[in-house]
Design a protein around this ligand. Structure first.
Ligand SMILES: Nc1ncnc2c1ncn2[C@@H]1O[C@H](COP(=O)(O)OP(=O)(O)OP(=O)(O)O)[C@@H](O)[C@H]1O
Ligand SMILES: [Mg+2]
Length: 258
């Protein structure tokens, strides 16, 4: 891992009128590091993730991102064009519901190819062969390339969404409950796949999950949230094996086997 962080989050807060979404969250994320954000429903995980990915503007605080050229940028003071460029090239976003992250009415191949075209690839043959390669990496056969995602199962759709996001080799991927909508059997396989891809590509990722087993499998570090606040953070194994905050102890002990 490099010496410089990729992302610096400083005293980030988001209020919805009088209600707290998240409050005073600070952390650094290093290149290639996977961070899990866990906590019960309503604890502010999605709010935090959406602020980090600039899909939502925070009420206070700042986030700096280190660009490929090494320069630091304040995410909330970028031009709209720059933000869009980051989202198209450097970042990925995997939604819990694949329909939110896919174009359901175009083919699987086009869903993957479109992201490549957004980073400047123009050669039809290259786009198609890269799409086939990526479908293969997420275990979708080349015979399905012309099918629309609506003809896919939930697990296949989620794998397609992952291929669409990773094909451009992003540096940072945001995921909100990436396995949340799937059967347990499908979840395990998808998690294995995701873990392999994240390792192979050296991706940094921020993964929101209410499932401690998912956090255990994917992440190196973890942030535990309750009522919009970070109650504990640290290396995932340490936090889950030796939780210090009473709330984390409760969370861990309420799961049979993590
Ligand atoms: N658009 C909104 N308007 C008002 N309040 C909101 C809005 N979105 C979220 N909240 C509130 O912010 C708090 C945090 O919600 P958030 O969706 O971030 O939680 P979460 O941890 O992602 O929960 P879940 O696990 O159920 O997805 C909750 O109290 C919620 O009611
Ligand atoms: Mg949520």
């Amino acid at each position: 891992m490099s010496d410089d962080p990729l992302l610096r989050v400083s005293a980030l807060s988001k209020f919805y009128g009088p209600r707290i979404g998240c409050e005073n969250v600070s952390f650094d994320l290093w290149p290639g590091e996977v961070l899990a954000i866990v906590g019960e429903s309503g604890s502010g995980k999605t709010t935090l993730l959406n602020c980090l990915s600039t899909r939502l503007m925070p009420s206070a605080g700042s986030v700096s991102y280190r660009m490929r050229d090494g320069e630091w940028r304040d995410l909330y003071h970028m031009s709209e064009a720059e933000r869009r460029f980051l989202m198209r090239t450097d970042w990925g976003f995997v939604h819990q519901n694949p329909a939110d992250g896919l174009r359901m009415a175009v083919s699987a191949g086009a869903n993957v190819g479109e992201r490549l075209m957004a980073v400047g690839e123009r050669h039809y043959g290259n786009i198609r062969s890269t799409a086939i390669d990526w479908l293969g990496r997420v275990e979708i056969g080349p015979d399905r390339i012309d099918d629309q995602p609506r003809a896919f199962s939930g697990g296949m759709r989620q794998r397609l969404q992952i291929a669409r996001n990773l094909v451009t080799h992003p540096r940072l991927v945001f995921m909100d409950e990436p396995t949340g909508g799937l059967d347990v059997s499908v979840q395990a396989r998808l998690l294995d796949l995701l873990r392999g891809l994240v390792n192979d590509l050296g991706l940094a990722a921020i993964v929101v999950t209410h499932d401690l087993a998912v956090a255990r499998l994917l992440s190196r570090r973890i942030i535990v949230m309750k009522d919009g606040h970070v109650v504990e953070s640290g290396l995932t194994d340490r936090v889950l094996d030796d939780p210090r905050a009473p709330y984390t102890q409760l969370l861990v002990s309420s799961v049979l086997a993590v």
